[in-house]
Ligand binder design. Structure first.
Ligand SMILES: Nc1nc2c(ncn2[C@@H]2O[C@H](COP(=O)(O)OP(=O)(O)OP(=O)(O)O)[C@@H](O)[C@H]2O)c(=O)[nH]1
Ligand SMILES: [Mg+2]
Length: 406
């Protein structure tokens, strides 16, 4: 029996290029992620087009021949959305739109779109709207030139220019209005954070979809929205957690992603303030993801941008239940052993061993190794707490297992 679909996915294709800086393997990884992003935004990817080139074509991004191939496919299969992995210039966007006569989106656009769909609170909506206008502003000229041409150009230049200016002014006004609104909210949030007293603050950080909210739900026994799509969490959730008898604040934050545009990082300033003001970071990693090392690097890059890389950090390698490695048959003499073949124990002996007891291996979903996790977090929070309040350290003894504790 066919299930009634309550959601119609848009048919989409992906386009990416192989360059000096990005080999085929890397490109495929990026396209996998782009496909997941497209799916999260409500699109179904039916085909990928890739091309090897030294430099993107300045007019149409990909070459003319490839573009014809894409055009034929788009027409035949009635494709409504074409997604590029890289940012397009306004001119490229316009040219491609004209050739393919479908919606042309790049990665930034897609992320903004998902953010817009998912923003729940007025605060998150303001952040997203600001980021969207900032993305739009440099692209306005292109949009209008397009219309001017349609109207014939000569004689239209005056009004056209005026329209661009009017439009830019409207967008600029809107941006400064939103910025003011954000400032007010920032102040309110700062006060709220201030009101939380002197409890130690712990923040869950990590790449998107690694299981931060799931882990939050397990430790805080809260009910934070978690699902297998990207950017399930946009608003920061803060919960008071008690391990042993030691209370602290735990916050769940927006996930990070590769190629995250700077203007987006900036508009999520307040969300990231939660990270900036944390005493301890729990950097959650999905160890079952083939590119988890890349993910760690992108997260660290963003942490560096917000001056939080040097905070005390515990690396939490999650989803050990889903971890699997490639194997080489005994009679296979050609396959070269790579990281993909590492067992979990072998991973532990890599650079991970250097972070010592600041590396934890858990499964949030199966609640595996949660005792070790609680114990380690307790130790670390206690350490911070007693440094800050040396007079009441007697309240918090070394960690003791307590049955049925919260
Ligand atoms: N196999 C497995 N899946 C997990 C585990 N923890 C979380 N997941 C799944 O991973 C997906 C993402 O989980 P979330 O908790 O929403 O991840 P997140 O890091 O909060 O994601 P964003 O809010 O989008 O940044 C969900 O489908 C979870 O069920 C785990 O330990 N093992
Ligand atoms: Mg989440």
């Amino acid at each position: 029996m066919l299930e009634k679909k309550d959601f119609e996915y848009e048919k989409a294709i992906l386009i990416g290029i192989v360059t000096k800086h990005q080999n085929e393997e890397k490109l495929n990884e990026f396209l996998d992620e782009l496909e997941f992003l497209t799916y999260t935004a409500g699109g179904e990817v039916v085909k990928r087009f890739t091309q090897k080139m030294d430099m993107p074509n300045s007019k149409t991004f990909i070459g003319t021949g490839k573009m014809e191939e894409v055009q034929a496919y788009v027409e035949q299969h009635d494709i409504g959305t074409v997604v590029f992995d890289d940012e397009l210039t306004p001119a490229q966007q316009r040219n491609i739109e004209r050739i393919l006569k479908s919606k042309i989106i790049d990665r930034t656009n897609l992320i903004l779109d998902i953010f817009a769909q998912r923003a729940q609170t007025s605060y998150a909506r303001t952040q997203v709207e600001l980021a969207q206008y900032q993305y739009l502003l440099p692209r306005l000229t292109g949009m209008w030139t397009h219309l001017e041409r349609q109207r014939g150009g000569i004689g239209m230049r005056g009004p056209g220019e005026t329209e661009i200016e009017t439009d830019r002014r409207i967008v600029r006004d809107r941006i400064s209005l939103l910025k003011k609104k954000m400032l007010t909210i920032d102040k309110q949030m700062a006060t709220q954070r201030g009101n939380r007293g002197q409890l130690v603050r712990v923040a869950l950080v990590g790449y998107t979809n690694v299981g931060k909210s799931t882990l939050m739900n397990v430790i805080a026994k809260s009910d934070v929205f978690a699902e297998n799509k990207l950017f399930a969490t946009l608003d920061t959730t803060v919960r008071k957690v008690v391990i042993g008898n030691l209370p602290f604040l735990l916050s769940d934050t927006v996930g990070f992603i590769r190629k995250l545009p700077t203007q987006l990082v900036e508009s999520f300033k307040s969300t990231l303030d939660e990270v900036r003001e944390a005493d301890l970071l729990l950097h959650v990693v999905d160890i079952s993801h083939p590119q988890f090392e890349d993910h760690i690097a992108s997260v660290n890059k963003i942490l560096e941008e917000i001056a939080s890389l040097d905070k005390p950090t515990i690396m939490v390698f999650n989803k050990i239940d889903a971890y699997s490695h490639a194997t080489i048959e005994a009679d296979d003499l050609t396959t070269v052993r790579t990281k993909a073949h590492y067992t979990l124990d072998e991973w532990r002996d890599t650079w991970m061993s250097k972070i010592g007891d600041n590396a934890l291996f858990i499964s949030a979903i199966n609640k595996e190794n949660m005792d070790e996790f609680r114990k380690r977090v307790y130790q670390e929070v206690r350490e911070i707490h007693v440094t800050r309040f040396p007079y009441n350290n007697f309240l918090y003894p070394e960690f003791m297992e307590q049955e049925g504790e919260k």
